[in-house]
Each structure stands twice: as C-alpha cells, then as structure tokens.
Write a protein that binds this ligand. Structure first.
Ligand SMILES: Cc1cc2nc3c(=O)[nH]c(=O)nc-3n(C[C@H](O)[C@H](O)[C@H](O)COP(=O)(O)OP(=O)(O)OC[C@H]3O[C@@H](n4cnc5c(N)ncnc54)[C@H](O)[C@@H]3O)c2cc1C
Length: 422
C-alpha cells in the first residue's frame, strides 16, 4: 500500500498536520493512531490558550493556532469555540519592571497585552484579592477550549475533506534506507509506503524514533490539575484564566463555576517506572499507575486550596471535587522540536510541547504540513529545529526554562516562581 502522506499520532499536532496536508492539495493522507483519538496528552489538556509567552516563535505559533481555531469554530457552526475568558498575570512589588517589559515585548510581537494596576484589577475582576499585587498583565483575547472537542472537530473536517484515520494501529517503526524515510511498519508487521512521514506521537515519540534507529533528547514530567468549585455564581462570569506569579499558582476556568488549578511544585520529572507504565498503557492511566502522584495529591490539594482561597477571597472557594494528571514531553531547553529529522529525507517531527501543546499544536501541525509540501511557512519555526540538542547527553527537565518571564529577568533573582504548564 502506498499513500501520499502518513501522519503518526492522532493528537492535536498530528490531526492538524493531516488536515493541513489535505488543505494543501494532497488526496491520500493517512493518520495512524495506536489507541483512539484524544487518548494522548490532548485529551488531558486543561485547555488554556493564552498568548502570554516570552519566546517570539511561541507567540507567533499561538496567534496562528488561534486563527486555525477560529476557522474550526466557523466550520463547526460554533460547536467548537474558544471561550474568551482572558488571561491575567499577577506579580508582586519586586517584579514590576519585569512585567512592564514583558507587556511591551508582547505588544511588539502582535499580542494585545495591557498592564493593569491593582486598583484596575480589583475593578475589572470583582472578588480578586489584590492586597499583595503590585502589577498585572491582561490579554483579553485569550481563553479556554475543550481539547478533545478541538481534536474531534479537526478529525471531522479531516474526514469530510477526504482524509483517513486508522485507530488501534500502532506504528512499530519508521522504515528508512539510504537516508530517506520510505514508509512505516505497523505493529502487526504490515508496511505502508509514502513519500512524506510526519511523526507527532507526543510522549511516545522518543520510543518510536529509537525503535527506528533515530533519537531525540526528550524526557517526561508529570502535570497535575485539581478541580475546584466556586460557590458565588454571581462572580463566575468575571473569572479569568490566571497566572499568579506571587503564589506560583495557575487557575483556569474551563467551565463557569469550576477552576482547574495547579501549582509549579505539582509538576516534576516522572520516575522511570511511572513513565514506562504510562507509555505502555495510555497516558489516561497515569491516574492509576503513578504512586508518586497519589502521595503528592493531598499535599498539593491543600496548598492549592489555600492559594485559591487567598486569591479568590470573595468567590467562596469550595473543596476539591476531582483531579487528573498526565505526562508531558519535555526537551532540554523546554522548547518543542518542529522540523525535518536531521540527515533523513521525507521525515518531519513535531513533539516536546510540554504543557502548552493545545495552544501551539494547531500552528505546529500546520508548519509540519507546509514543510512536507515545500510551501512557505505561516510561522518561521527555525528556532525549534531538531538538531539543536544533543540526544546522547542526559539532561534533567528544568521547568524554570519555561518561565514566561524568563526573557525579562533583571540581574537580581525574580520572585516570580511560575513555570511549567497551564
Ligand atoms: C494535565 C495536563 C494539562 C494540560 N493543560 C494544558 C493547557 O491548559 N494548555 C495547553 O496548551 N496544553 C496543556 N497541556 C499539554 C497538552 O495537552 C499537550 O502538550 C498536547 O496535547 C500534546 O499534543 P500532541 O499532539 O503532541 O500529543 P498527543 O495528544 O499525546 O498525541 C500523540 C498521539 O500519538 C499516538 N501515538 C503514540 N505513539 C504511536 C505509535 N507508535 N503509533 C501510532 N500512534 C501513536 C498516541 O496514542 C497519541 O494519541 C496539558 C497536559 C496535561 C497532561
């Protein structure tokens, strides 16, 4: 069997790549998914889509992803949409200059970021405690999505436009010879040939590359979200997506009346056996398999509830009603890999999206399709080329590398502790 393009992975990156290949004029595009759609990281994403990122390539990718999301919203008659709750970053006295620089930078890369005083925060977001806030950054157009719905909408359009999805079809390895990828081999031994192979296998990417004789520096961390309800229904419409740099808290109102919250200390490098158990099952199974998570859960929940009650002082923060967790794929510098696999023709990879894959995935998938079709790029992803990290060297996941204020640090240490996902 021979098709024009094979995409490995039915997550946000893979489905976006597949759909953009079809939009680009290919007729036979096959997405291969080992489990079912949305069974990987995308199905577990909280859904925050925000433009407050310090790397210019990220900002461009997120703006582009939001453009793709608007198109999906239109084409789905609004069933899928970005709910525009906005994004609010809070900082204390010591970080005023950083936040102001950060806001200026975001405006230069096309992000509509507004700096707010504590008084303006209190006026615009009733019920928020600003007693320790010195400055805030607000991006009104940011919001939240349902990641599985984003995926299913893309899958629906992909199929309607002629694309093919095979679920329950695990790719065992990429078949290459003479420095050219020729196709893939499925777990049952069947082979499919193609001139274009895109690997978007999320946390499983390294495993697949290694089975094929390739490699990339990738490791796993655990992200954990606690679901908390708010009693004051009259205040629900004013709850924004929050990055509380004073407490190290991330709080996302995926639905009115609930907040999905996490703390930086809740993200940590996954133990080898945890990662292995999850990779062999599905990332959804992390809830069952990660004993370390169970140990941390109650301490994390106590901390998060304390922080939420401090910040949302008047919202009547109730107890935690639930939680979930999943693995993230991280690179040595916390930036994704997007581009051709070095030294191998006809093979492109998009992975290492850490905790920001829902918001960058549509743009990254589009970029992979454009590379495979040799078309001009909507976003220059050159900074995320694959050969920038030595895969043979061991590394520790450093989630502070993902700190949104990283590029604006003063000579002294910032008190902003927020990093990681959300
Ligand atoms: C708890 C949590 C909260 C998060 N919150 C946010 C958020 O608020 N905002 C945000 O932007 N991001 C968030 N993320 C991150 C985001 O969900 C991920 O970065 C993103 O979904 C990764 O997308 P992907 O397409 O790279 O991988 P995936 O969605 O994992 O897709 C990869 C697919 O490849 C398949 N696959 C793997 N190997 C093979 C193989 N050999 N053959 C065939 N198929 C294969 C897998 O089954 C999987 O379906 C969060 C993640 C977690 C865990």
């Amino acid at each position: 069997m021979n098709v024009q393009a094979i995409v490995v992975g039915g997550g946000i990156v893979g489905l976006s790549a597949g759909w953009h290949l079809i939009q680009g004029g290919l007729r036979q595009v096959l997405v291969l998914e080992r489990h079912i759609l949305a069974s990987g990281g995308t199905g577990l994403g909280t859904g925050s889509v925000h433009t407050q990122r310090w790397h210019p390539t990220d900002s461009a990718l997120i703006l582009r992803s939001m453009h793709v999301m608007r198109e999906l919203s239109e084409r789905s008659g609004g069933a899928f949409r970005l709910y525009p709750v906005g994004r609010l970053t809070l900082a204390g006295e010591r970080d005023v200059a950083i936040v102001q620089n950060y806001g200026r930078h975001l405006r230069t890369v096309g992000v509509d970021a507004v700096t707010l005083s504590p008084r303006e925060v209190a006026r615009r977001f009733p019920g928020i405690n600003v007693s320790d806030v010195a400055v805030a950054l607000h991006t009104e157009g940011d919001g939240v999505v349902y990641p599985p719905l984003l995926l299913w909408t893309l899958a629906g359009l992909f199929r309607n436009d002629g694309g093919t999805i095979w679920e329950g079809c695990e790719v065992r390895r990429i078949v290459a010879d003479g420095g050219v990828a020729r196709g893939i081999e499925l777990a049952n031994g069947d082979r499919i040939e193609s001139d274009r192979i895109i690997v978007a296998a999320g946390i499983w990417t390294r495993q697949l590359l290694r089975a094929s004789g390739f490699d990339l520096a990738l490791k796993h961390s655990v992200a954990h979200t606690t679901v908390v309800t708010l009693g004051r229904a009259d205040l629900w419409p004013g709850v924004s997506s929050l990055l509380d740099g004073i407490q190290g808290l991330i709080a996302i109102p995926r639905n009115p009346g609930t907040i999905m919250a996490s703390n930086v200390s809740g993200e940590y490098e996954a133990r080898e056996e945890t990662a292995q158990a999850v990779l062999e099952a599905s990332s959804v199974a992390v809830r069952l398999t990660d004993a370390a998570l169970a140990e941390r859960k109650s301490a994390q929940q106590r901390l998060i509830l304390k922080q939420l009650r401090h910040r949302y002082r008047d919202h009547d923060v109730r107890g935690a009603v639930g939680h979930w967790a999943g693995l993230l794929d991280g690179t040595p510098d916390s930036h994704p890999y997007v581009g051709p696999y070095p030294g191998v023709d006809a093979l492109w990879v998009g992975c290492g999206l850490t905790g920001y894959g829902v918001q960058r995935g549509p743009g990254i998938g589009e970029a992979l399709a454009q590379l495979a079709l040799e078309r001009p790029l909507s976003v220059d992803v050159g900074a995320y080329r694959l050969d920038r990290c030595d895969h043979a060297r061991n590394f520790r996941i450093d989630i502070s590398g993902d700190n949104p204020f990283e590029g604006f640090r003063e000579p002294r240490q910032s008190s902003v502790t927020v990093a990681g996902r959300g």
